[in-house]
Each structure stands twice: as structure tokens, then as C-alpha cells.
Ligand binder design. Sequence first.
Ligand SMILES: NC(=O)c1ccc[n+]([C@@H]2O[C@H](COP(=O)([O-])OP(=O)(O)OC[C@H]3O[C@@H](n4cnc5c(N)ncnc54)[C@H](OP(=O)(O)O)[C@@H]3O)[C@@H](O)[C@H]2O)c1
Length: 244
Amino acid sequence: MKSMGRKLSVAVFGASGGIGQCFVTAFAEDEAVRAVHAFSRSPEKNVSPAVSSHPFDLLDESSIEHAAELVSRSGPLHLVIVATGLLQDGDTTPEKRAHDLSPSAMERLFRINAIGPALIAKHFLTLLDRERKSVFAALSARVGSIEDNQLGGWHSYRASKAALNMFVKNHAIELAYRNTNAVCVALHPGTVATSLSEPFQRNVPAEKLFTPDHAVAQMLTVIDSLTPADSGGLFAWDGQRIPY
Ligand SMILES: NC(=O)c1ccc[n+]([C@@H]2O[C@H](COP(=O)([O-])OP(=O)(O)OC[C@H]3O[C@@H](n4cnc5c(N)ncnc54)[C@H](OP(=O)(O)O)[C@@H]3O)[C@@H](O)[C@H]2O)c1
């Protein structure tokens, strides 16, 4: 991340996830990074001297507010990664057709994929450094693009990611008024071998199924290339801008 200078302070939400964990490791090993604040529901202790781990829950705004207070004590932030997300769990499976829609499952995906990250932005965008480039990046998904949708299905996941994309765009517009050096974007990591994609990996060609390390290296290259003019966009792992 040459474009961002040294002594960087970064925060990762979803530090327990397949992709989030790799971001934490990459930052812990990067000499330009001074402090890594890793947030998850079950924080791992003693990951590395550079990493401080703390609890938070997307469904509890006060835990996000508390996280922001904690981070604000160590000065401005340069990078915030939101690597949380939900495709399915014990109570939900991605809907194949409208008949499968369930209000409780829809609400759950919206709360985790859209509302939670929007609340992280609410409390963390004000902590971004105003003196040099800083980036807020939320992991979205290509399937959240309305224009790109050719297949249908996965109603709640698609719609919750589309809502996240709108939050990112709105936050970016507001952020530009008070911090001209900041960038606020959504990122598509590609199809990545994590527990989230595991049930759906069978039909993915090997060369299109990334390791989390590879996806993170690609996204860090994209983040490095971003400028404030890119704020509000949705970018894929290869730097390509995806239409909303
Ligand atoms: N993997 C892919 O192929 C792929 C493709 C496109 C987009 N993405 C996006 O990339 C992001 C990361 O996905 P991943 O593959 O790394 O998934 P993952 O391994 O399942 O990680 C998901 C993360 O979200 C956290 N999370 C879920 N509910 C939470 C809550 N209520 N409060 C706090 N944290 C919560 C999980 O925490 P716990 O460990 O506590 O459950 C975990 O850290 C997601 O936004 C996903 O939609 C992934």
C-alpha cells in the first residue's frame, strides 16, 4: 500500500472470517502498518504484537460505537475494512425463487449485510485521517449489482448487497464534504474459498476459485490504486469497476 505512506493504523471488522483473517495477517506482516485493530464476535488473543483484538456484533450498535471510541484513542485511522457478511446459516439458505422468500431470513440478511456495515461507516468515517489518503472499504459482491444480474435467485443476498452498495455511495458523497483525502468504496473479492462459499464451490472452475490470501493481495492492490475520485464505486478484485 505504497500510496498510503507509513505508520498506518487499520481496523478490520470480521477478523474471524475467511477473508477478514487474511487481511489481519497481511497487515500484521506489513512494516508500514503501526497498529491493527481486529474486531469480531469472538476475538482471538495474542495474534501478533501489532494486533489488538476486540469484540463487536453487527446487530448491536453500541458495540460498534464502543469500538470507535476505543480506536479513536490511538489517533486517526488510515484504512477500515468491513469483511463481515452472511449468505446463509442454519436458519437461511439462498432463495432459488420468489416462493422461498421469508421475511425473517430477509431481515437477517439485510441487518448483517447492509445495516451493520452502514453503522460501522456511521461511527468510523469520522475517524479517517484528513491529512493524507485514507480508505473505508466494505466487502460487497458482484451479485449485488442490479445491472449485472442475469440469473436471478439469491434474492435476499443480492438485495442486501445492493442496499450496501447504496449506503457506500451515499456515505461517499457525504464524506467528500468533510474529508477530501478519503475514499469510501465497496469491493467484490471474487469467488473465494471460505466457509461462506463452500456449499457453492462445486461448479466453480479451479482458476476462478481464489484462496483468501490471493483475494486479499488483489484487493490491497486495488485499494492502493484508488483515489478520492473513485469514492462511491464498486470495484472487483482486478480493479474493474462494476456498475451498480
Ligand atoms: N467468499 C466469497 O466467495 C465471497 C464472494 C463475494 C463476496 N464475499 C463477501 O466477502 C465478505 C467476507 O466473506 P467470507 O467469505 O470471508 O465469509 P466468512 O468466512 O463466512 O466470514 C464472515 C464474517 O462475518 C462475520 N459476521 C457474521 N455475522 C456477524 C455479526 N452479527 N456480527 C459480527 N460479525 C459477523 C463472521 O463472524 P463469526 O466468525 O463470528 O461468524 C465472519 O467473521 C462478505 O461480505 C461476503 O459477502 C465473499
